[in-house]
Each structure stands twice: as C-alpha cells, then as structure tokens.
Design a protein around this ligand. Sequence first.
Ligand SMILES: [Zn+2]
Ligand SMILES: [Zn+2]
Length: 372
Amino acid sequence: MTAAPRTDKMDVGRPTGDGLGLFRTGDAVALDLSDVDIPVDTTGLSADDRARARVITSAIRQRSQELRREHPVLRHQDALGLAAFAVAVLGFAGSGALYLTGVLPWYVTLLLSAAFAAVGHEVEHDLIHALYFRRHRAVRYGLLFGVWAIRPYTINPVFRIRLHLRHHAYSGLPDDIEEVSITNGKPWGVVRLYSLLDPYVPALVRIVTTKPKDAEDALWRRTILKASVGLTPVAISIWYAFLGLHVAGWLGASVPHGLLHALTVLTVVWVGPNVWRGFCLHFISSNMHYQGDVEQGNVLQQTQVFNRWYLMPFQVFCLNFGSTHPIHHFYVADPCYVRQLMERDIHPVLAANGVRFNDMGTFARANRYGAP
Ligand SMILES: [Zn+2]
Ligand SMILES: [Zn+2]
C-alpha cells in the first residue's frame, strides 16, 4: 500500500465553503478543495527546507498581525478592497474621459490608465483568494467582472480563479499553466518577447497549427480556449485592427476615417493601456518565478525577489510585483497593500532563509532554478 502524499495547506485564513476546485490531471496531489485552502504536496522536501519555509511564513503572519494592531484601519478589509476597486475603475474611466475631452494627450492617458488597471489586477488577485467579501460570493464575482471590464486583454476572471490556485499548487512545474502561458520556462527569442506583449495570439496560432504533445498540452489548449471566452477576443480584434489599419494607411491604402478614429479611441482609452500593463506584468512575473526544475511544493525555489532599480519602469505598472509577490507565495492571506507595508521587514527574512534576490542569470537559464 502506498502512503498518501503529504500535503500542507497554505494559510489563507478562514475557509469560505466556495468549492472552487482545480483542474485534475492525474497527479499525486490530493486536490480535495472544499474551500480556498490550497493543498500542496510537500512529500519530497528536505527537513531543512520545510523549516526555512516555516520560519518565513510565521514571520509574515506575525508582521501581518502587528500591522493590523498598528493600523486598525487595516481591519476593514472589505471597505479597503472596495476603495481599491473604486480607485481602479474611476481612475481608469477618468483618465480616458480626460483624453476624450482633450485635456490629456494619448500617451499620458495610456500610461495613467495602465497604472489604474494595475490596481485592478491586484484587486482581482485579492478577490481570487477571497480576501474581500469572503462571505458574499455574488459581490466578489461582481467586482471580478468589474475589474475585467477595465482589463479586457486578459482571460475570463472566473477561469483565472482555477488557473491561479493551480499556480500555487504546482508553482514552477510544467503543470503551472498560468506561468507557462506567459512564456515562463521558454528560451529567449522573438516568440518569447512578442508573447510578453500578447500571450494570446501566439498561443492561438500554436493551438491551431500544431497537435497536442501529451495530456498536459491538451489540457493547456482546452484551458486557453475556455478562458478566452468573453472580452479577450474583443480586445484582440480592436488591437490588431488598430495596428493593421494604421499600417495600411502608412502604406498608402485608403482607410475608412471613421473606423480608424473609433479604433484609435478604443485603443487609447481601453485596450492599449492593458497591452503595456500586460507586458510589464508578464515580463516581471515570468522572470521572478522559476520554472521547469522546481521541487514540488518547495516555496523557497518558486520565486526570487526581483527588484533591481532599473526594473522600476515595469514595476510601476504591476504595483511592485517583483518585490512583493514572493511574500505572497509563503502566505496568501494578506491583500496586496499589506504585503507592500511589510516588504522592508520581510525581505531580510527571505534572504536569511535562502530565497534568491535579483538572480539575473535566470534569463540565460530560461527560468531554471538550478544550473543549465
Ligand atoms: Zn495568488
Ligand atoms: Zn506566483
């Protein structure tokens, strides 16, 4: 009789009874999710790595509790989530309105809206972990679709819930569809670079022009197609029609002026900010997560702190993701702004316990944790 794999549950606070579930692919991990806990198979980990991960997690939990004592406003998590949602949506819409009324030039609106959409992305991630309106699922889903409306160049948030929980369960393994889909683990080249800007069209081209290699690849294909239903194809159509008509115009073709104007407006106020925001997030995320040779369940190997000063132009549009996301891998129960508040205190703990900082060799290793 084989022993059941050892699974540790990531600490996500109180359960919700949502029954979200992950995709099943026949792995040994027991994915019996009756709430948003994330069971992770940690069978193969050394005692030393387990101990280091525990030290980090308890330091984060302790700092989280201290912050709530020092700043009682942090206890009003639902209200803060709603405020962040309002900032994202109103900021995005306001920036677009100022372009339409001639107050802001296109490039200011593009960058400003990208920053507000980045707030929306963090709100979505917090909602995926049920950190706001934990007992009000309808409100959470309403907010999820609200932040999708300002980020149309992304997948359906309902599908992202499963993909993202899977990311935590299998981080750094080929089964981590979310990261693999944004180029993590691929060798650098024109395709990887372009896929950072637009992960969808290269993925769709691959799905249409090749056959599945194995069961994992077939699952990835089905997932991409299902998760794209909704705003994603609308955004893709606007973006490529905008590019295509502009190129045609430059080449001297006769282009309908009204259509070109409409596409330009939609690109500046809606789609374009998300193309740039997506590039920044994908660039940071796909280089701060390791991929391909990470030990199952070893949080110490899943990410690095990726926060060199020259990454700042990208970090601005993903809310310092490279610096704070490693904290999230150890402890998912805190919203984005709490991670930001504890960053300075927790980084030394991460460093002292073996989490890498600014490992730029990851570019040459195509995200492998170990030597090529
Ligand atoms: Zn997460
Ligand atoms: Zn991650």
